[in-house]
Design a protein around this ligand. Structure first.
Ligand code: HEC
Ligand code: HEC
Length: 224
């Protein structure tokens, strides 16, 4: 390339060479940078899981087993559960517990010992089981009068009295003269639908079918 008397060809080549060098250097840096970020994210997750395992060992093993295989509480190291449950759902169940069951509320917001950060850690440690989690068939459901009693005390006793002996607000439920002739299906439907016009709430939208079965098992204990 000539401008006036000067030949600039050499400079053009040098400029082109430098540009290519800078592009190459930048992409090299950029590629390394994303690898470095991925590594940092991995370290962060590993650190979360490590902290979560410690919390799990302290607080959860007693009911959910050392490796999440279950005990008093259900198995958490369970492919079906982990596949179908988002982290946010685990987080919120652990935060607030499951009322009327033995699963306590863990969040400091509900009087528990764990901060949200702690709970994120535990969720990460549970999630880490997923790749190797076994498929566990849900245990067949058996109604349990003890679970029913806990539920009754927290949900029904306010109107039906302790042990179903009745109050001014609602009739006794521990009355053999009623329990004897009325079958489980009658109780199921009555509890599920309630009698809203007469002050008996509709429980079908509040309690699970299993919880209603637990309560019926309790009522049957009062029958003899
Ligand atoms: C005193 C016993 C007990 C302790 C301690 C306990 N759990 Fe639970 N947990 C239960 C029971 C019982 C259930 C089932 C509740 C129900 O019937 O829905 C449960 C349910 C759960 C569930 C929902 C499982 C599902 O199938 O939907 C998660 C998640 C869970 N627990 C996590 C934890 C974590 C994490 C800890 C420790 C911070 C913990 N639990 C400590 C008893 C316990
Ligand atoms: C807000 C008060 C209230 C609460 C809470 C309540 N009930 Fe009732 N329940 C009533 C009233 C009032 C009646 C009577 C309705 C009528 O006069 O027909 C009744 C009736 C019933 C009956 C029919 C009894 C019979 O012999 O005809 C059953 C069964 C029953 N309740 C079960 C339950 C259970 C189980 C719970 C808890 C899950 C519960 N109730 C919670 C107010 C309540």
């Amino acid at each position: 390339m000539r401008i006036g008397n000067e030949d600039y060809t050499r400079y053009v080549w040098i400029g082109l060479g430098l540009t290519l060098f800078i592009i190459a250097a930048l992409s090299f840096y950029w590629l390394n940078e994303s690898a470095r970020l991925a590594q940092a994210a991995q370290n962060f997750t590993a650190e979360r899981e490590r902290r979560g395992r410690a919390i799990y060992a302290d607080q959860c093993v007693i009911c959910h087993g050392p490796n999440g295989e279950g005990g008093t509480g259900p198995a958490l190291n369970n492919r079906g559960l982990l596949k179908n449950t988002l982290d946010e759902v685990l987080f919120s169940v652990i935060r607030s517990g499951v009322p009327g069951t033995q699963m306590p509320a863990w969040s400091v917001d509900f009087g528990g010992p764990l901060t949200d950060e702690n709970i994120h850690d535990v969720v990460a440690s549970i999630r880490a089981w997923e790749p190797t989690a076994p498929d566990i068939e849900p245990a067949p459901f058996t109604p349990d009068p003890a679970r029913g009693a806990a539920l009754f005390a927290s949900t029904c006793a306010v109107c039906h009295g302790q042990n179903g002996r009745g109050t001014n607000a609602a009739p006794a439920l521990n009355n053999p003269a009623r329990l004897q002739p009325l079958d489980d299906e009658w109780y199921r439907v009555t509890i599920r639908n309630g009698r809203p016009a007469k002050g008996m709430p509709t429980w079908g939208s509040v309690l699970s079918p299993e919880q209603i079965e637990d309560i019926i098992a309790l009522l049957r204990q009062w029958q003899p």
